[in-house]
Design a protein around this ligand. Structure first.
Ligand SMILES: Nc1nc2c(c(=O)[nH]1)N[C@H]1C(S)=C(S)[C@@H](COP(=O)(O)OP(=O)(O)OC[C@H]3O[C@@H](n4cnc5c(=O)[nH]c(N)nc54)[C@H](O)[C@@H]3O)O[C@H]1N2
Ligand SMILES: Nc1nc2c(c(=O)[nH]1)N[C@H]1C(S)=C(S)[C@@H](COP(=O)(O)OP(=O)(O)OC[C@H]3O[C@@H](n4cnc5c(=O)[nH]c(N)nc54)[C@H](O)[C@@H]3O)O[C@H]1N2
Ligand code: SF4
Ligand SMILES: [Mo]
Length: 697
């Protein structure tokens, strides 16, 4: 009889922003390999793990992983050596840039990438390829909240307080965030807060598992958070809940907000929001009266063509009542992807340099040029946002695209247009774990290492930087993302700037690049992270413990004050009409992740939910002749999908909901609208007008 061999791997979940830690055990016995996963203690999830984390290993070990570089030859993906793939890429890039100029290449990253890779991707675009076109999928995720945080507070860190303070807040508003399905391991914080006497208000068009916990559920009409928050602020001002001392000493701009809000009519606002004026009053009074309070927003509020303003308005509510910068009082943009926080700080954004520096600021350019060893004039100027890059792809202004960690054909709005553009590209390279729907159209696919195989730091939703070490050697010939970038840069003649031998060497450079910036990581090292489990940024020196709660004394603007903004709620959005009478909103389910490329490869997760669906109210279903559990066509002004009907009283009668995790005929973004928020360039994923009909009549 053979003896069993056991391998223990300590790792971190690749999916959402909580970044739960786990231990995976690989056991080989009698020629059979089995895996078991158990949660590991960590400060954010306190040792909890959800069903996605438990089964994350399944996609990483899937037989469908890309294990060698693939080049399309006569239309068929053919395995090639790294050398052949790199040479081909370098030749194509040089050729296209020679013919059309440096900016002919677009680089497109993602929030799943580590801090080291996000940092390097920015450097790769600006120095390796010398193109100004780089952006990433976080544009669709964090841009509204990030812009609002930067402009209101002078800094964008998802949570202004550590998670532990949620337990002690006395009023919590959750607006457009479905924590129960999207950050499930955080639910005990909410339950404990309630047990400690907190009043919980949920703002969501659906009765979600999160809303089930609420003391008051405001079932807002999709896209009307600005009307709703305006109404709440109106009550707070009129009924004397303004913290005058706070407003006077620590903020600017209140007067304009007050004047504008006073000119609005409560009943009109309530009608627009689709919520009763009494419920709005109840919510405002609870928030106003509570000795402490927090507001958290997520994509329900933010993925709107006025998402930036909606977030500003919720922040206005905190500033009016002085509920920020104190224990149990603060703001939280619930970050989405594993590294949705760090991924938005170190230079993969169109207008950004590492450390949250600005690519248009001369001092910032000079500083980073010094770190990189180039002249400031060699750093390109700002590019355009993710969807705008897709418009340039469609217009063939961008002719080559380098994709790392995203599946844009499923995740961009107006997906038919995006796919059409991508098919027109002269050259598409995708670094991925799988042949995603977008990688399927690539000329070259480069096999990337999975979360079990690559090393690097990730910043969770609290702004806590964590180190995830590699647990296994890379699958097949797969490489770490940073190795791929460095190797291509070498082939482009830029090897001098990409000499790295490990992720830690890149982090050492990132520390210096971020020093003195808004997102200052200088005081964080791998050694410290190994000893201290995780460190909050800003952390400006090796002795600094990292800042847990922000804004105790001052905000991050030069005058130390937070800024109010007057928010006009009459903002154009796609409207319903006779032809497209229902509002479609989109989002997530517990067992799948984003475009589903990873979770659909996990047998346990895939079998929980094998196909997409549309939630529709029974009254609405009857009106449109829809039976439960039948295939229906959902059509918008841009496209059509086919999904299964799910009749439920949990949704508003004027609204339907479809999740985003499937492709092909179930790709929800075939329906969504291309219009962007003019300030942050967030698409309006949460509102478009649709018709729902039976597939067979
Ligand atoms: N299971 C799972 N977890 C995930 C992910 C996943 O794909 N699957 N993705 C991760 C990522 S990247 C992200 S960004 C987060 C997203 O996390 P969330 O933002 O919480 O998730 P969503 O389901 O997109 O939207 C949240 C809620 O907004 C509501 N909503 C829709 N329209 C509106 C509106 O107009 N106003 C308001 N107030 N609410 C509205 C929806 O009904 C939904 O319940 O989750 C992360 N965690
Ligand atoms: N309608 C609608 N659309 C949406 C949203 C919505 O709510 N509604 N939400 C938006 C949001 S919040 C987000 S975040 C986007 C996300 O949308 P995408 O950017 O498309 O995200 P993923 O589905 O995670 O795609 C990631 C790809 O990278 C690969 N990958 C994973 N890890 C790694 C890695 O470490 N290295 C490399 N090289 N590859 C890796 C995966 O296999 C997968 O193919 O979708 C947006 N689109
Ligand atoms: S998906 Fe999020 S909550 Fe679930 S285990 Fe992973 S990190 Fe934790
Ligand atoms: Mo996201």
């Amino acid at each position: 009889m053979e003896t069993a061999t056991i391998k223990v791997m300590d790792t971190q979940c690749p999916f959402c922003s909580v970044q739960c830690k786990m231990r995976m055990v690989e056991k080989e016995e009698d020629g059979k390999t089995t895996y078991s996963v158990e949660p590991k203690q960590n400060a954010a999830s306190e040792g909890r793990l959800c069903v996605k984390g438990m089964n994350a290993y399944q996609h990483a070990l899937s037989k469908e992983r890309v294990t060698e570089p693939l080049m399309k030859k006569n239309g068929i993906f053919t395995p090639v050596s790294w050398e052949e793939a790199y040479e081909f890429i370098a030749r194509k890039f040089c050729d296209l840039q020679g013919r059309y100029g440096k900016d002919v290449i677009g680089v497109y990253g993602g929030g799943s990438l580590t801090n080291e890779t996000s940092y390097l991707l920015g450097k790769f675009a600006r120095i390796g390829l010398q193109t100004k076109y780089i952006d990433y999928n976080g544009r669709f995720c964090m841009s509204a909240a990030a812009t609002a945080g930067n402009q209101a507070f002078g800094i964008d860190r998802g949570l202004t307080n550590p998670l532990s303070e949620v337990r002690n807040t006395k009023c919590l508003i959750l607006a457009g965030t479905n924590i129960a399905e999207c950050q499930p391991t955080l639910m005990p914080y909410l339950v404990d807060a309630k047990e400690n006497g907190a009043y919980l208000i949920v703002i969501d068009p659906r009765d979600t598992a999160t809303a089930d916990l609420a003391d008051l559920h405001l079932k807002v009409k999709p896209g009307e958070d600005v009307a709703l928050s305006s109404a709440m602020i109106k009550i707070l001002i009129e009924e004397g809940y303004v913290d005058n001392a706070f407003v006077q000493q620590r903020t600017t701009g209140f007067h304009e907000v007050k004047k504008y809000i006073e000119s609005l009519d409560l009943d009109v606002l309530a009608n627009e929001a689709g919520v009763s004026a009494d419920d709005i009053k109840e919510a405002a009074r609870h928030f106003g009266r509570a000795p402490s309070g927090m507001i958290m927003t997520a994509r329900g509020v933010e993925q709107q063509t006025d998402g930036y303003l909606a977030v500003r308005h919720f922040i206005n509510m905190l500033l009016v009542t002085g509920k920020i910068g104190k224990p149990g009082s603060g703001y939280g943009a619930i970050t989405g992807q594993a590294n949705g926080q760090g991924g938005r700080e170190h230079g993969q954004k169109a207008d950004q340099l590492p450390g949250y520096r600005s690519i248009e600021n001369e001092t910032d350019r000079a500083y980073i040029a010094g770190v990189w060893g180039v002249h400031p004039s060699e750093i390109p100027r700002k590019g355009v946002s993710a969807y705008e890059m897709m418009e340039k792809v469609h217009a063939q202004e961008i002719r080559a695209l380098f994709l790392m960690g995203s599946n844009p054909i499923l995740s961009n709005p107006n997906a038919n247009f995006v796919e059409e553009g991508i098919r027109k590209l002269d050259f598409l390279v995708a670094a991925d774990l799988f042949i995603s729907e977008t990688a399927q159209l690539a000329d070259v696919i480069l096999p990337a290492a999975s979360f079990l195989e690559n090393e690097g730091t990730i910043t969770n939703l609290e702004g806590r930087v964590l180190l995830r070490e590699a647990s296994r050697p890379a699958t097949g010939m797969a490489k770490q993302d940073w190795e791929i970038l460095s190797d291509i840069a070498k082939r482009m003649g830029k090897g001098f700037y990409f000499p790295y031998r490990s992720a830690e060497e890149i982090f050492e450079e990132l520390r210096v690049a971020s020093k003195g910036g808004v997102a200052d990581y200088y005081g964080i090292t791998y050694d410290r992270l190994r000893k201290e489990e995780g460190i909050y940024w800003p952390c400006p020196s090796l002795e600094h413990p990292g800042e847990q709660r922000l804004f105790d004394v001052s905000f991050a603007h030069p005058d130390g004050k937070a800024k109010f903004i007057s928010v006009d709620h009459h903002y154009p959005k796609e409207r319903t009409d006779e032809k497209y009478p229902l509002i479609l909103t989109t989002g997530r389910v517990l067992g799948h992740y984003l475009t589903g490329v990873q979770t659909r490869k996990s047998y346990t997760l895939a079998s929980r939910q094998i196909e997409s669906f549309v939630e529709i109210h029974p009254e609405t279903a009857q009106k449109w002749n829809i039976k439960d559990d039948t295939l229906v066509k959902v059509t918008s002004r841009r496209g059509q999908i086919v999904v299964r009907s799910k009749l439920t009283n949990s949704i508003r009668e004027d609204t339907v909901f479809v999740p985003m995790h499937w492709g092909g005929i179930q790709n929800i973004n075939k329906l969504t609208c291309e219009e962007l928020d003019p300030v942050c360039k967030m698409p309006g994923f949460k509102v478009c007008a649709v018709l729902v009909e039976p597939l067979l009549t």
